[in-house]
Design a protein around this ligand. Structure first.
Ligand code: NOJ
Ligand code: CA
Length: 516
């Protein structure tokens, strides 16, 4: 198979905890995923991205990794992973996994050693320990806040402080230490040798810290938000780290990496996809754009500008496990669902790579949960002012009926409660329903496969106010109507519509694909 398989691939993000439960404990796992691979084959995606399934105390649901080269018992074991990988490959699905290089868990053996070792020791040198400021060193070393709320420093019994940009259970690693870099290379090879096809790199704009850890001038950042002025991210040294990672990947032809790079400046973002760095970087502008033709078009234009001349294809995404699901972002209920159908044709009609988030093919919305079941660390750390990301992480409904809808056996409590009234969203309800979201995604992926486009070339077409229209390489034309009034279709043969045409015209909040 081609080493460039990823250049126009559709990836499917599996939030492992919420995809399917194989052993009946209410938590999604690798065996559950293996048992549902056929859903993904029928859907028509090319590759998977699995969120972290490594040994973890789950303070941030796996993004706190205690052993990056083993599987957490909650999710299975290495043998389960190998079976899953083999079965996915047998079905033609590539498998990419998450890599968390910015921090480890506080239960990582290195951190246990650091706590036992004195200030200034090599064991502390793998993390970012500092003396505090003020009398007795009682003040944190600088004024950085944690992304999840509260200060980004935690004091240990001997009086030193360690840095944690995220939760205190996620101490930041010291990327100036060659041991840290060597260990990541070992982790990369460990999984590549098992046969994985690539990685999604967590906090890909983090890792390197600004020299001297200066105070921030802006500290009233909203929690979980990503700001270009946040000096903790996008420090120049980050690019050496990506070069190191790329060096290892280049030993494994056909492997790839995509970065979670929350950088909005086009010129800065472009640096991450230089030929010796990442293969891809997510375009988060398409996550942030509201359902307005000008904002959607601007998101597309920025991404095309970012990738122009780099040799990297554009990389689109609408939802993931950190943001409000787009059905809810675009307006909830029937309006949100209708717009999400149109957005699916926009996302999958664009040239390059697309990432789907599990459940978007079922049209799942965010679900507001009662305070007492919230699990995102942000909820507690913000003192109950920021609800966090649980609402977009509800387990997937597989079968109509009562909760847990076939996610787990009947009567089992799922790790986040599933709402009543999801029967019609369940995969088995949608399977045979021609007009369902699931069948729209299946049809779109089928048409897309027959009309490949990797170069990022796109020609904008004239479109009525509130609409956007383009022809991508290969000739597929996409028209999106964000207004509530019908518009005429461009020339061409209709290949797919998000909702039925009305008198030959495209109704509001809808999209159409046409071929020449
Ligand atoms: C980004 C991940 O997507 C998010 O879920 C996690 O909390 C942070 N990085 C910290 O690892
Ligand atoms: Ca389970």
């Amino acid at each position: 198979m081609s080493n460039n398989w990823w250049r126009d691939a559709v990836f499917y993000q599996v939030y492992v905890r919420s995809f399917a439960d194989g052993n009946g404990d209410g938590i999604g796992d690798l065996e559950g995923l293996r048992s549902r691979l056929d859903h993904l084959v029928t859907l028509g995606v090319d590759a998977l991205w699995l969120t972290p399934f490594y040994t973890s105390p789950m303070a941030d649901h796996g993004y706190d990794v205690a052993d990056p080269r083993d599987v957490d018992p909650q999710f299975g074991d290495l043998a389960t992973f190998d079976r899953l990988l083999a079965d996915a490959h047998d079905r033609g699905l590539r498998v990419t996994i998450d890599l968390v290089p910015n921090h480890s868990s506080d239960r990582h053996v290195w951190f246990a050693e650091a706590l036992l070792a004195p200030p200034g020791s090599p064991a502390r040198g793998r993390y970012i320990f500092r003396d505090g400021r003020g009398p007795g060193g009682d003040e944190p070393p600088n004024n950085w806040p944690s992304i999840f709320g509260g200060p980004a420093w935690h004091r240990v019994p001997d009086g030193q402080w360690y840095l944690h940009i995220f939760a205190p259970e996620q101490p930041d690693l010291n990327w100036d230490n060659p041991e840290v870099s060597a260990d990541l290379a070992t982790t990369l090879r460990f999984w590549l040798d098992r046969g994985v096809d690539g990685f999604r790199i967590d906090v890909g704009h983090g890792m390197a810290k600004p020299a001297g850890l200066p105070d921030m001038t802006v500290t009233d950042l909203k929690l979980l938000e990503n700001d270009d002025d946040d000096l903790r991210f996008n420090a120049p040294g980050v690019h050496d780290i990506h070069r190191m990672i790329r060096g290892v990947l280049d030993e494994y032809p056909g492997s790839m990496a995509v970065g979670e790079v929350w950088v909005r400046d086009d010129d800065e973002l472009r640096k991450y996809i230089r030929p010796d760095e990442l293969h891809l970087s997510f375009n988060f502008r398409s996550v942030e754009a509201r359902w307005r033709a000008d904002e959607l078009r601007s998101a597309v234009e920025h991404e095309l500008h970012v990738v122009a001349g780099t040799g990297s294809p554009p990389c689109w995404v609408l939802s993931n496990h950190d943001v409000v699901r787009h059905v809810s972002r675009y307006g909830e209920g029937l309006v949100g669902e209708r717009r999400a159908r149109a957005a699916a044709l926009l996302l999958l009609g664009l040239p390059g790579v697309a990432y789907l988030y599990n459940g978007e093919e079922l049209g799942l919305p965010n679900v507001e949960l009662p305070d007492e079941v919230l699990q995102d660390p942000t909820w507690v750390r913000s003192g109950g002012t920021e609800r966090g990301r649980d609402a977009c992480r509800i387990p997937l409904p597989w079968a109509a009926g009562e909760p847990p809808y076939g996610f787990s056996p009947a009567g089992v409590e799922t790790w986040l409660p599933m709402p009543a009234g999801w029967s019609l969203l369940a995969a088995d309800s949608q399977d045979g329903d021609e007009g369902s979201m699931l069948n729209l995604y299946r049809a779109a992926l089928g048409v897309r496969r027959k009309n490949p486009a990797v170069s990022g070339d796109l020609e904008w077409l004239d479109a009525p106010a509130g609409c956007l229209a383009f022809r991508r390489e290969g000739g597929l034309v996409c028209l999106v109507n964000t207004t509530n009034a019908p518009v005429d279709l461009p020339a061409g043969e209709v290949a797919l519509t998000s909702v039925p045409l009305v008198d030959g015209r495209l109704p509001g909040d809808a999209a159409v694909w046409l071929t020449a």
